[in-house]
Design a protein around this ligand. Sequence first.
Ligand code: NAD
Length: 489
Amino acid sequence: MTGTSTQPAAGSHETPLLGSVIDGVAHTAGEQVEDLDPAHHGGVVARWARADAEAAEKAVVAAAEAAGRWAGTPAPLRGAVLRRAADLLEQRVTGVARDLTREEGKTVGEAEGEVKRAAAILRYFAAEALAPDGETVPSHGNDTLLYARRVPLGVVSVITPWNFPIAIPAWKIAPALAYGNAVVWKPSELTPLTSCHLASVLHEAGLPDGVLNMVLAYGQDVGDVLVAHSRVAALSFTGSTATGRRIARRAAAAMTPVQLELGGKNPAIVLADADLDHAAEQVARGAFLSTGQKCTATSRVIVENSVLSEFTDRLVTKAEAWRVGDPLDRATVLGPLASQGQYERVRQLLSSAEATGAERLTAPRRVPDDGWYMAPEVYRCDAANLLAREEVFGPVAAVFPAADFDDAVYQANDTPYGLTAALFTTDLGRALRFVDRVQAGVVKINQETAGLEFQVPFGGMRASSSGPREQGNAAREFYTQWKTVYIDY
Ligand code: NAD
């Protein structure tokens, strides 16, 4: 960055003032908003200066002006910037992870895993920048060279949620940059500090000013500019289905191509022939880790009747034993929910579910009351209950009985979503039939529904996603476009 940087050192014990970074300059003037610690009521991790639509407009213009030079930078040099940023992030894992935990609430072990993942993603796309970028095709003409190449789009807007505040931005920003685009990024208002750390490593690694612009703002203040500005070529969004719908309508009117990664209601089926100990461990991990706040979390557990109580007892035992507490304490398995709003939404959903017949199987237990903590819960309910339909985004597993394999697959598909799905079985034929029949973008056999590798495509079916897939070499499809060239020689 060329401007005065006020961006903080990772893991600092001070309360920094954070600002948007536009054309390499940090902007900290204007209204300040507190970045709250969900593990300690009243704890303030940082303050951030709230950007408005005018700032977003400046960010788009800065990106548009930088885009041509960046697209003209040889791909190996673009890749080298990403690799240096990965090195810097790895050197700072401990401090960045600590800050991530303090503002988002996931355990520090999970946060460290996420920061390391982000570094690995930067490195993966550094290499992808050098992958073949087109094809030559025989022409009908004499002495004609006919080829098609993938070329950058120009300015890409990136809007991200709080639940993976560094991995999700990395898996959007890294391919956008590797393939030669300039970016305007609006991170979640709940995780500005982690966002500043990602922007800092990219700038310190030598990314030219204006190529990545970070706008710290509320979505409603800047959304229209990021979605519909005439100089924005495409938008990649991850967040709730409700926000995604709003953005899709606005983008359609402006003819902005979008990639939307939205909610899920992911099923895990446990068949009678499964290893029940393994299934219970994997279902508990999928449902409760990160306090259930993963789009890929297991939220419906569909269990063959003959093993229903045997399996459910195992799952309840884990839910009752897993330690809830301070996410910076390495003995903790579940930290708090990410915010007061998130806590109130989950509590409200569970009260409504109980009022309409969901039976709680986990015994009440005390959790710390100085943050937004809740214990993991297991419910048994029927297919009409809202726990069969609504994304909870909290540490909650809802168990549904199934008559047999066919009934279980029917229930798994009985949702508007289709992000991830898992089956636990020792029967290879059923496993493969499940892969064929389940409507989900990611299918796991004998593995939890959450947990992704970055070198393969990721995305959902139906209401969980829209547009081309993210991650792996599939990312090229969204972040580039074809240019077809005819040369008569
Ligand atoms: P959210 O929709 O509230 O916010 C996501 C982002 O959109 C934030 O940066 C927010 O500021 C911004 N935003 C809000 N209103 C906007 C508007 N009008 N215009 C433009 N931007 C706007 O979601 P969240 O609470 O941050 O994240 C949780 C949700 O994200 C869950 O539903 C979860 O399933 C989903 N998610 C999906 C995936 C996936 O890959 N499918 C991954 C992670 C999270």
